[in-house]
Design a protein around this ligand. Structure first.
Ligand code: SF4
Length: 470
């Protein structure tokens, strides 16, 4: 049985006015699509109706007001935008029930009003950021979306059919957003997209002017520019790259990591290692020499952490494919690994492939991948004990009453000497929020979220490190 997907909210659009207004409507719809909305051709099927108005002539204004009235009568939930939005008082006087009014080209505001009126439904199969991440993103780290959609057609994936082909943002717009985020307190930028290495392919890497020079719409150029931003305190924010496919040009980003402009961290969703399974998955950049390239990257940047995810039990995965994956993992020594049991998602081409793997076999393979990768992770973390690493603080515990130590996990559970300790939790350069491990600190009084600190690592386990600020 294929997994049923939650249905996205639907937006109805009434677009009035000149070609400029039409372009505005298209941009708004594009942004709404990127946020997971569907379009409704009629009032009845819409969760909210957007009226893009024209205010050029009195007759156009009247037409706009009539359209608003009709949308309210037919649907009830109406957001108004466009040229007549400048006359919000006139609209409010006649239709006090209008949910929000924004002016022309106020795309973010319109999208914000729709998000509020009909919140999008979380869909784990297409959302880039974990649901918990969206709710918890604190001020000191921010996701930076550089493109939407994808040009590939991996057989297990429904993203291209929902989000469309790759649509890259302009590099100057991304950099402006990043600069604002950093000025407002962001210490870590998490670059996300469906396929970060393909950034700019659709717009032919067209350069744009940024601070007196040209920046191409290309992952390497963008990464370098992001790495040159400075926080108000003069610190270099962390720049972390997610969803990078190992195309040849990824090699150009590794020197930026060695220079400290980009975190020595690559999130590459390999999904499998067996050439046969990768072929049937239709994975991009599926080439045989990945292990050699990983070795090469590590020789340039020895501290590099690689995170990846793998699917076990893909249709047609035989014992020998799975054994291949295990020995590949042993050799690749990845730092962080997530594993998933194959699940047929409604609409995915892979569902029609022959030789589906029985659930108990999937489960056993999943356990074996988890055991192997947990061992590798534990060994890699143990090698950090005694070293001093950079940590970004995420949380600092409340000061605990003297007789009730807070539950802070095994490290700073009540201990005669540490009884009044304030603990803190942060992440090293090797840990992305929500998906990787953490660094737990003792004696952390005085620290606050967003602080960069040097930490002496004292202990480790399978996923986390434990230490003290030095
Ligand atoms: S690369 Fe493949 S898995 Fe990733 S979004 Fe594109 S089609 Fe889906």
């Amino acid at each position: 049985m294929a997994t049923k997907l939650p249905s996205p909210p639907r937006v109805g659009m009434v677009s009035l006015g000149c070609p400029k207004a039409l372009v505005d409507s298209e941009r708004i719809l594009t942004k709404l699509r990127a946020n997971g909305y569907d379009m409704s051709p009629d009032y009845a099927g819409a969760d909210v109706v957007l009226v893009n108005t024209c205010g050029f002539l009195d007759s156009a204004k009247e037409e706009s007001l009539e359209a608003i009235g009709e949308a309210i009568a037919e649907n009830g939930k109406v957001v108004v935008t466009g040229c007549m939005g400048k006359e919000a008082d006139v609209i409010r006087a006649r239709f006090p029930e209008v949910l929000a009014i924004t002016g022309p080209q106020q795309y973010e505001e319109v999208v914000g009003a729709v998000l509020e009126a009909a919140p999008p439904v979380a869909n784990p199969y297409v959302d880039l950021v974990p649901e918990a991440g969206l709710k918890l993103t604190p001020r000191h780290y921010s996701y930076l979306k550089i493109s939407e959609g994808c040009n590939h057609r991996c057989s297990f994936c429904i993203i291209p059919s929902i989000r469309g082909d790759l649509a890259s943002r302009r590099p100057d717009a991304i950099l402006r957003e990043a600069e604002k985020l950093v000025a407002a307190g962001t210490k870590e930028l998490l670059v996300i997209s469906q396929d970060t290495s393909a950034y700019g392919v659709d717009i032919r890497h067209q350069p744009r002017e940024w601070k007196g020079h040209e920046v191409r719409a290309h992952m390497t150029d963008l990464a370098r520019e992001l790495g040159m931003l400075k926080t108000p305190e003069g610190e270099t924010p962390w720049v972390r790259l997610h969803y990078v496919y190992p195309y040849p040009h990824v090699d150009q980003v590794i020197p930026l990591m060695a220079e400290g402009l980009v975190l020595p961290y690559l999130d590459i969703p390999f999904q499998h290692a067996s050439p046969k399974v990768l072929k049937s998955m239709k994975r991009p950049a599926n080439e045989a020499k990945v292990l050699e390239r990983i070795r090469n990257w590590r020789s340039i940047c020895p501290d590099m952490a690689i995170r990846s995810s793998f699917v076990v039990g893909f249709p047609g995965e035989m014992d020998e494919d799975f054994e291949y994956l295990l020995s590949w993992l042993e050799e690749a020594q990845l730092d962080r690994v997530g594993a998933f049991r194959f699940e047929p998602v409604e609409g995915a081409a892979a569902n029609a492939l022959p030789d589906h793997v029985p659930d108990e076999v999937k489960e056993e393979r999943y356990q074996r991948v988890m055991d192997l990768t947990a061992r590798i992770s534990a060994e890699k973390l143990a090698a950090k004990v005694g070293k001093t690493i950079d940590v970004l603080i995420d949380r600092v515990d409340e000061v605990a009453p003297a007789d009730e130590g807070p539950d802070r996990g095994h490290f700073d559970a009540p201990h005669p000497e540490h009884h009044h300790d304030v603990g803190a939790t942060g992440r090293s350069k090797a840990d992305a929020p929500e998906i990787d491990g953490e660094v737990h600190l003792r004696d952390a009084a005085g620290l606050k979220p967003g602080d960069f600190v040097k930490v002496l690592v004292e202990e480790s386990d399978e996923h986390d490190l434990f230490g003290v600020a030095v």
